[in-house]
Ligand binder design. Structure first.
Ligand code: NI
Length: 390
């Protein structure tokens, strides 16, 4: 008991002795604690992370929605981790409207502005536009449509165009320059290779016509079939297939008479019956007509309703019935714009086609229909007019 009293006395003496060594000072920990220490010990506390004033231990922090709070330094990191910021400036952002307006908003508001059509950077609100003469301009997004309406383009590639001249020469010019180049002989479309129209009369004939279509199809080639109405009625399916392949279906009358010896009513019946047969088979009438034997008179020409197509290369396949000689004739005579006469009722012609088509394609010829050939060569064909080639 005595010993305990003595200990308490020593403690009391120590506390009472403090003023004797100097003034007591209040210091502040970064977590809100305070302590009263002898003036002599203050510097040691400060070195250990305490502060001399309360104000130093608190910091104002900022939420991305505009709220702010004063917290002890020890709590700052926890707030930062939760998405607060150390300065007001960090919580605001400048955003840009597509018409050039700007606004400064809290970070928390940015998504709804972006959703409403604002942008996060100025660069996103402007767009470079191109005039057909090479001029460029930067405009706000809201102005783009009015510029497009008066002929500006969003892509530079749209303001230029490649032009073509014979001999594989090309030039790339601004669109505004195109008319003067065209006037000087340049073309807006690449020079196409030579083209011819293979034509087949007197069919369709079932197996031989199918064979010819198979060969054409294998090479992406097309032909024109001057069909007889009677044969179309017998083989409507092959005519449909020809049309599906892009071939042209012409009329060669219904029963192959020499029209120059026919009455007007017979001529008209032959033409109309053939057209009806083709319509029944394909859904559309003939687009071209070839009179049997090439014979036509004023009555034929005024009754036919479509262009009359004759030929300028005659293979005489009906006479030779020889695939090699038919092929040799075509390959030695074919030139750009020709209309070549054959008949799809002979096996020898079907065999000749297997030689002719790949050989012409290999030489750079395109095999097109009669109407395509006319268009390509600049002919506007007229009903009742006679054409031999282009
Ligand atoms: Ni014929």
């Amino acid at each position: 008991m005595k010993k305990w009293v003595a200990g308490g006395l020593v403690f009391l003496l120590l506390v009472l002795a403090v003023p004797a060594f100097g003034a007591a000072v209040t210091i502040y920990a970064p977590d809100g604690r305070t302590a009263i220490v002898p003036e002599e010990e203050v510097s040691a506390y400060l070195a250990a992370g305490w502060y001399a004033t309360f104000e130093e231990t608190i910091k104002t922090i900022y939420a991305p929605d505009g709220r702010f709070a004063s917290v002890f330094l020890a709590d700052v990191q926890g707030y930062m981790d939760a998405g607060w910021y150390g300065s007001y400036e960090e919580t605001i952002q400048t955003i840009y409207a597509p018409d050039g307006r700007t606004a400064t908003v809290f970070l928390a508001e940015v998504p709804e502005y972006l959703a409403a059509g604002w942008y996060g950077s100025y660069e996103e609100t402007i767009k470079m536009l191109y005039a057909p003469d090479g001029r460029q301009i930067s405009v706000y997004l809201t102005e783009v449509n009015s510029y497009l309406a008066v002929g500006w383009f969003e892509n530079r590639d749209d303001t230029i165009q490649t032009l073509y001249a014979p001999g594989d020469r090309t030039v790339t010019v601004y669109k505004s320059q195109v008319p003067s180049f065209v006037a000087a002989g340049w073309s807006e479309t690449p020079a196409l290779g030579p083209a011819v129209a293979l034509t087949f009369d007197d069919g369709p004939s079932g197996i031989h016509t199918y064979s010819i279509l198979d060969t054409l199809s294998a090479y992406g080639a097309k032909a024109t079939f001057f069909t007889l109405g009677s044969q179309v009625n017998a083989y409507p399916g092959v005519v449909r297939r020809a049309k599906e392949l892009g071939c042209e279906i012409g009329s060669h009358t219904y029963s192959h008479p020499n029209l120059n010896t026919c009455s007007t009513s017979k001529i008209q019946t032959e033409i109309q019956s053939a057209a009806q047969a083709i319509r029944n088979a394909t859904g559309a009438g003939p687009t071209v007509f070839r009179p049997p034997y090439g014979n036509h008179n004023a009555t034929v020409r005024s009754s036919v309703g479509v262009p009359l197509i004759l030929w300028n290369v005659d293979t005489l396949d009906w006479k030779s019935r020889n695939a090699q000689s038919v092929a040799a004739h075509v390959l030695s005579h074919a030139s750009d714009g020709d209309i070549i006469l054959m008949h799809d009722i002979y096996g020898s012609t079907a065999e000749a086609v297997k030689i002719i088509v790949p050989a012409l394609v290999q030489r750079g010829f395109r095999l097109v229909t009669v109407s395509e050939l006319a268009t390509e060569k600049g002919y506007a064909m007229n009903a009742g007019k006679v054409y031999y080639g282009f």
